[in-house]
Design a protein around this ligand. Structure first.
Ligand SMILES: *Cc1c(COP(=O)(O)O)cnc(C)c1O
Length: 399
């Protein structure tokens, strides 16, 4: 873990976007991330489940929480409202609106956010397929929510899709949402542009972050809202992607296939299912052959889906026992790790070096191919811990 990269990203959002920042906890639900963000001034969180609410509450009794999942269990809404002080709830249907009103005992201080479906051109992951009220159904829902808002605020939210490579996607989405607001003829207190802010991966170097801020500010200016309307955002990936690497070990080599002790069911979900070739570094004491060759990875479980095609460029003589650092796994990497087949057990070490690539000036914007020694890697460790919970209780560490 590289806490400094989280602080630097948090600063960027606060300094460059004229918006309240809600960190989308699902991108990386580690306590140290939440602690680091709060220290860096990000004290609001986009949560999607009771467990995420409890996690943030275990770190901060006062953090602002927005329950932005458009479909919630009744008891989760009740507990969120009465036990954890959550006042902001998202919805994308009339039935969910009624559920929120019922489950909070007809509370008058709710902030109700209508999640709108928007087009997601330019994003690696679409997030409009499942949630969001369609444009033609939006006016009636916007009206109903405006009428249900008593002492709280009424807002609109959307998500342009994760790893959005086109800043103009925000402007286009805001125009689309603006048209629905005009047709409904409602006043909106909050415009929440959601997440989708990108990070850097091999083959995916996004435009400068400032272009995203500019596009959002332009889009906001054009919306039919008032001077008092608040701008919110919910970045997940962009705050944490640079913040974590994994260090795993080669257990066997067969030609260009390396069998590792982490994989699809661990931190490498996207390397499997989206075939993202995350950046790698050979970590070995002593010499390695100079030439870089493409490798594929296999994870440790018995499932043949546990395969990462890469290509991952490593010195030609990589062998059993070598360690490999795989970078840029802070978002949806370490967060996805399971204990399937008895793997996924790990220790966590805090380091102070630069991430493998950075959109915030901590490292080059594109990914260099490099190598390092185990001794150098060990020297970087400033803090060492074992995660709490099931995995952490095991005696033996696998990586
Ligand atoms: C996942 C999610 C986010 C974060 O998205 P990123 O692409 O990681 O920035 C924000 N808001 C909602 C509602 C989400 O589901």
């Amino acid at each position: 873990m590289r806490p400094r990269s989280v602080s630097v990203a948090a600063r960027w959002f606060q300094d460059n976007l004229k918006a309240e920042v809600f960190y989308a906890v699902k991108a990386n639900p580690s306590s140290w991330v939440i602690e680091t963000l709060i220290e860096a001034g990000v004290t609001a969180f986009d949560v999607a489940s009771l467990s995420e609410i409890e996690l943030v509450r275990s770190v901060s009794a006062t953090a602002r929480l927005a329950f932005m999942h458009p479909v919630k269990g009744r008891s989760a809404i009740t507990k969120a409202y009465f036990d954890h002080g959550v006042r902001t709830f998202a919805l994308d249907s009339h039935d969910e609106l009624q559920k929120i009103l019922d489950a909070t005992g007809g509370a008058k201080d709710l902030n109700l956010m209508v999640r709108m479906a928007v087009s997601a051109d330019g994003a690696a992951y679409t997030l409009s397929g499942k949630f969001g009220v369609a444009t033609h159904d939006a006016p009636s829902l916007l009206l109903a929510v405006r009428q249900a808002t008593v002492d709280g605020l009424m807002g609109v939210s959307f998500h342009v899709g994760s790893q959005c490579m086109r800043p103009s996607a925000y402007e286009a989405a805001m125009a689309q949402v603006g048209r629905a607001i005009s047709r409904a003829g409602v006043f909106v207190d909050i415009v929440d542009v959601g997440g989708g802010f990108p990070s850097v991966y091999p083959g995916m170097v996004p435009p400068d972050m400032q272009e995203y801020a500019d596009a959002i500010h332009r889009g906001f200016n054009e919306m039919p809202v008032s001077e008092t309307t608040e701008l919110w955002c919910e970045p997940g990936r962009a705050l944490v992607a640079e913040s974590s690497s994994i260090l795993c070990q080669v257990e066997l080599r067969k030609g260009d296939a390396l069998y590792l002790n982490d994989g699809s069911y661990g931190s490498l979900f996207d390397a499997t299912h989206s075939r993202w070739p995350f950046p790698v570094k050979l970590v070995r004491d002593g010499d390695s052959a100079g030439e870089l060759k493409p490798f594929r990875f296999y994870g440790p479980t018995c499932d043949s889906i546990d395969h990462m095609p890469g290509p991952f460029y490593l010195p030609a003589d990589v062998r059993e026992g070598d360690y490999i650092e795989i970078g840029m796994l802070g978002a949806y990497g370490v967060a996805m790790s399971t204990g399937f087949n008895g793997y996924g057990v790990h220790d966590i070490a805090a380091v102070e070096d630069a991430p493998m690539a950075s959109l915030y000036g901590l490292a080059p914007r594109s990914i260099p191919t490099v190598r390092t020694t185990a001794e150098e890697t060990a020297r970087k460790v400033v803090r060492f811990s074992r995660p709490k919970g099931k995995a952490g209780q095991r005696k033996k560490s696998r990586r």
